[in-house]
Design a protein around this ligand. Structure first.
Ligand code: MN
Length: 418
């Protein structure tokens, strides 16, 4: 495993810094004086790569790719350009670089910026590919014998979500209203969700389009990078609506992503194999090599005015299906994929109680409230703030994603009372 690549940006060399030269994640930032523009995190700074390009210090194709407030144009330019960007930024920022003086004016303190959506989400698909999560939820809904649906060990199960629901970290999330019916209710009613929840997931950002079916190897090469993803879920709406076509309004309120796309190149040293297959997969889903990543994940919950409790710790390596397998499966029908497609991994739970990636599992359907500092929870209460964090630990360095934060604010008054 490669060690830290040292930078003349001193803060980037600290072993705990989430943004060393090894990372170079892609985001969109603004300051009091500038409109949103492309930037790359390095140490305590954002490197204004749009500014560098404008100055002629970062010419990748002869034409501009970064003069827009999103990374889609760069992604569309293809893997060779992705590699060229990484190589050029590494040369500019490496210890001993002759470009230090020219580049320094383009460093903006992270403390001074507002972060925006890093890319235009063309479409959004969410999967259900965590073995422990699927087993836990299935056990609650159908009992342990029928926990996994018969197709689960053969198909990466997913549903088509809404690109319009995807928001960047820091955006407040309004508790939704919806149609609810408990098992003992005679009839459904329309009310604010009382079982509002998170799902701890990773999002894969598709950087290249496809027209027909692609292999797992081809799919992997289409992925530009990864973000943390919180698939906010109204469990009471979901329980009533989900059969037979899967979740709909329960998942449409919001999906929060972390502000930096961590590139596949930065994650390369952390590749890890998926778990042993319990049933052989059809050949088109076969993996040519390790397709998951060793990414330590955690969830923090902070009540209004309170202190944070870490309520879950798990790892992306717990997934049963990789993003490359999900993407390959997504194309089997001939479904075209676009630059900016976002694939949610599915909730990432681990084997133990403390590894569960949703409150539904942590409180076992609300039957076993869990402790937090100064209280307990079954589901999210108004003004709770939820944060997802992720990191890879290299030799003497850390690859971070930036926090994926959302505060749940109270439901509006009845939206139909007029
Ligand atoms: Mn989900």
């Amino acid at each position: 495993m490669t060690g830290l690549i040292r930078s003349w940006v001193e803060s980037a060399n600290a072993p705990d810094c989430p943004f060393p030269l090894n990372n170079l994640p892609c985001g969109v930032f603004s300051t009091a004086d500038t409109d949103p523009r492309c930037g790359v995190a390095i140490g305590d700074f954002v490197l204004d790569v749009a500014g560098l390009e404008e100055k002629g210090l970062l010419s990748l194709t002869g034409g501009p790719l970064l003069d827009v407030p999103f990374w889609n144009d760069l992604m569309e330019a293809g893997p060779e350009i992705w590699a060229a960007l990484r190589a050029r930024l590494t040369a500019l920022l490496a210890e001993g670089s002759g470009d230090r003086e020219a580049v320094t004016p383009f460093l903006v303190p992270l403390a001074d910026v507002t972060l925006h959506m890093p890319f235009l989400v063309s479409e959004y698909t969410d999967f259900y590919a965590g073995r422990h999560h699927a087993f836990n939820v299935g056990t609650m809904f159908r009992g342990p014998e029928n926990a996994l649906p018969p197709n689960w060990l053969h198909i990466p199960i997913g549903y088509n979500g809404r690109a319009s629901s995807v928001v960047v970290s820091g955006t407040d999330v309004r508790r939704p209203w919806g149609q609810l019916k408990g098992p003992d209710d005679a009839a459904p009613r329309f009310a604010p969700s009382a079982r509002f929840d998170i799902e701890l997931e990773m999002g894969a950002v598709v950087g290249q389009p496809s027209e027909g079916p692609v292999t797992v190897t081809e799919a992997d090469a289409m992925i530009f990078g990864y973000v943390l993803l919180n698939d906010w879920s109204a469990r009471d709406i979901q329980a009533w609506e989900y059969q037979p076509l899967g979740p709909f309004q329960s998942k449409a309120t919001a999906t929060t992503i972390s502000p930096w796309i961590v590139t596949r190149a930065a994650l390369e040293p952390f590749r890890t194999p998926s778990p042993a297959r319990e049933k052989p997969l059809l050949p088109y889903l076969a993996e040519p090599g390790p397709m998951l990543y060793d990414i330590a994940l955690e969830v923090g919950l902070t009540p209004e005015g309170g202190t944070e409790t870490v309520i879950s710790r798990t790892n992306y390596a717990e997934m049963y299906y990789s993003a490359a397998q999900q993407l390959a499966h997504h194309t089997t029908s001939g479904c075209a994929m676009n630059v900016g497609d976002l694939l949610g991994s599915g909730t990432i739970s681990g084997p133990e109680k403390g590894n569960r990636g949703s409150l539904l599992e942590l409180s076992w359907g609300g039957k076993e409230p869990f402790e937090i500092a100064g209280g307990s929870r079954s589901f999210i209460q108004d003004n709770d703030t939820l944060v997802l964090r992720g990191q890879c630990r290299g030799e003497g360095y850390t690859i971070g994603f930036g926090d994926c934060v959302g505060k749940v604010i109270p439901a509006l008054a009845d939206p139909y009372a007029r």
